[in-house]
Write a protein that binds this ligand. Structure first.
Ligand SMILES: Cc1cc2nc3c(=O)[nH]c(=O)nc-3n(C[C@H](O)[C@H](O)[C@H](O)COP(=O)(O)OP(=O)(O)OC[C@H]3O[C@@H](n4cnc5c(N)ncnc54)[C@H](O)[C@@H]3O)c2cc1C
Length: 447
């Protein structure tokens, strides 16, 4: 089998992974990103999320570094909507412009290569140390080896294959998956006027912490419950009555992103039958939600479902057990960890498995929790770091850690730490934390 050698390999070029790759390369490591989708960005692009939440603690910006650089590049293209970044909870961006911006950022780094349409199929270990991956493009396998591998697969694919311990909640408890889509042809002025005159009642009483969010100039609405309460629904739409359906405007006129929970009891990591069933069900949901919006929300009469994400939205799957597991108590105490690599201030919490609502715990404006480096170090394994939504935390903290700015923060820290480990001939576990923190600060990260 063909073999190639790098200093650092990033497994999964998604939200955390691209940033990890850029950070490692900028710090002098010859780096490879391996991504199974056709483009980089994961949920940030192919998943069509479109609402970047978690840059602010509602008083000031708490995330900078490479994520902020990306935000500035999107601004230059008029591909982002925000009013006051210090207090805006949501930056609404164009997911398609983001694909190009990420490609441009990656291609500017001489130390960085990326393979897309390439799957990781196995992990190479020597003793306790992860030393490489087996990857597959079309029908061809290749071995890629490195001093440090960073698992940014969202599902902790590499860590699990390497035998690192992880947790995954039972299907009946796990947060639902959602396929995101876009609708176009909407009369946004009419929609806004309608909601101003008919403020949501049920939908906004469900997750109270979200109610206070400042979401303009990006318009955001939760739920179809008010709209569907007194109408006669055709039988095939009846199941939508209680659903949490979020739609947010995008930087493009007359366009919204639809994010509506498609809940069946399933694990995203169960391939073949179960995953296929979820994909088909989610696609049907999007069509049904689009039909309901068109029929029952003024301003949507001429709208149509214009795009469906190429990547199913997975909120929760494996979480590694790391050297430290972030707890709900840490969040509620707005804990300042000594090995902090970044901050999060979004309410902790989870979507309920039925897709109906969210359970949330909020912090006061101006407060944030730090993210400790140790939650990215999987137990029993060397040469391996994890970044993104599959790091080590208790499930109820999820919403604070898995938001895209925080995944990018972890990506930047992991990439930087990996490059330092290579330079110093040490392992990620033994990286000098003070040096890592100083380096992150020089990169304009807020820790
Ligand atoms: C429905 C939904 C709504 C959300 N809403 C918001 C929101 O409004 N705002 C917000 O900030 N966050 C939101 N989030 C959370 C956020 O989008 C994710 O938690 C975050 O993007 C995860 O980043 P990640 O890097 O961990 O994973 P991903 O972005 O999913 O990246 C993982 C990458 O690894 C790749 N990969 C996986 N396995 C392999 C393999 N075997 N070989 C090669 N590549 C592989 C995948 O293709 C993917 O590109 C939402 C999430 C969901 C699901």
């Amino acid at each position: 089998m063909k073999t190639k050698r790098f200093d650092v390999i990033v497994a999964g070029g998604g939200t955390a992974g691209v940033i990890a790759g850029i950070a490692a390369a900028r710090n002098g490591a010859k780096t490879l990103i391996v991504e199974k989708q056709r483009c980089l960005g994961g949920q940030f692009t192919a998943g069509m999320m479109g609402a970047w939440v978690g840059f602010s603690d509602k008083e000031k910006v708490i995330v900078k570094g490479i994520a902020w650089e990306l935000r500035n590049l999107l601004m230059e293209r008029n591909a982002i909507v925000e009013e006051d970044p210090n207090t805006d909870v949501c930056f609404l961006y164009d997911t398609e412009a983001a694909k190009i911006v990420l490609d441009e950022m990656v291609s500017k780094e001489p130390n960085l290569s990326a393979y897309v349409n390439t799957s990781i199929v196995d992990v190479i270990k020597e003793g306790d140390t992860v030393v490489g991956l087996v990857i597959l493009s079309e029908m061809e396998h290749m071995e890629v080896r490195a001093n440090v591998v960073i698992d940014c697969t969202g599902d902790a694919v590499v860590a699990a294959k390497a035998g690192a311990p992880f947790e995954i909640r039972q299907k009946k408890d796990i947060q639902p998956m959602t396929l995101v889509g876009k609708m176009a042809g909407i009369d946004m002025e009419r929609v806004k006027k309608y909601y101003e005159e008919n403020p949501p009642v049920h939908d906004h009483t469900v997750p109270p912490a979200w109610r206070e969010f400042k979401t303009f100039p990006g318009f955001m609405h939760y739920g179809l419950r008010d709209e569907l309460e007194n109408v006669e629904l055709p039988p095939h739409l009846e199941y939508l009555r209680n659903w949490l359906a979020i739609f947010t405007s995008t930087p493009n006129p007359g366009e919204v992103t639809i994010n509506c929970s498609g809940a069946i009891e399933a694990h995203s990591i169960n391939g073949f039958d179960e995953r296929t069933e979820q994909e088909v069900f989610s696609q049907k949901c999007l069509h049904d939600v689009a039909e309901a919006l068109k029929r029952f929300v003024p301003g949507f009469e001429n709208a149509y479902l214009s795009a469906i994400a190429g990547l199913l939205g997975i909120r929760e799957s494996r979480r590694i057990i790391g050297d430290y597991k972030v707890t709900l108590e840490d969040f509620l105490a707005a804990r300042e960890f000594e090995d902090s690599i970044g901050r999060g201030a979004m309410p902790a919490g989870t979507h309920t498995p039925d897709g109906v609502t969210m359970v949330v715990h909020d912090l006061e404006p101006g407060k944030s929790m730090t993210i400790p480096y140790r939650c990215m170090l999987p137990l029993n394994n060397e040469g391996l770091l994890v970044a993104g939504r599959c790091v080590s935390y208790e499930a109820p903290v999820a919403n604070c850690i898995r938001c895209m700015p925080q995944c990018m923060v972890m990506g930047e820290a992991a990439g930087t730490a990996a490059a330092i480990a290579v330079k110093q001939g040490t392992t990620p576990r033994n990286v000098d934390i003070k040096l890592l923190q100083e380096t992150l600060k020089k990169q304009d990260a807020i820790i």
